[in-house]
Ligand binder design. Structure first.
Ligand code: 5GP
Length: 115
């Protein structure tokens, strides 16, 4: 990549395509390119926060907003039987894109504990 942008920042800036299903002034949501369940959506802030480990207390309202989007999308996507939200942080957490994102996974039973 020539710029220092993450892949998600490039999606925010519309430099690369994504199947965007929700957008507002603070956030967007789009289908994961490599879905791990029949529904696998990512909700991300427009603000470049690298991970939950680098969250500023001032971002609390933004995080609350992201979860209201999760709730709305879970309903719109028909996840009546339940769903899972995941935020991977850092190397041990399995984070591969350094832009905070909430995974929404659903429409199949999901086992616990995760790998
Ligand atoms: P992480 O592993 O950081 O928690 O999650 C990153 C997610 O982003 C992965 O599930 C991966 O499939 C997804 N992803 C990576 N690159 C792209 C992309 O270019 N477009 C979309 N839609 N998803 C991506």
């Amino acid at each position: 990549m020539s710029s220092g942008k993450t892949i998600f920042k490039r999606i925010i800036d519309k430099e690369i395509p994504a199947k965007i299903i929700y957008e507002d002034d603070q956030a967007l949501a789009f289908h994961d390119v490599n879905p791990q369940a029949p529904v696998h959506v990512l909700v991300i802030p427009r603000k470049e926060i690298r991970s939950l480990a680098e969250l500023d207390p001032a971002d609390a309202p933004l995080i609350g907003h992201l979860f209201t989007i999760v709730r709305k999308l879970a309903e719109e996507l028909g996840l009546k039987n339940g769903f899972r939200t995941v935020i991977n942080s850092g190397a041990d957490g399995g984070q591969s894109v350094d832009h905070l994102h909430i995974h929404i996974l659903g429409q199949r039973p999901l086992s616990w504990p995760p790998g």
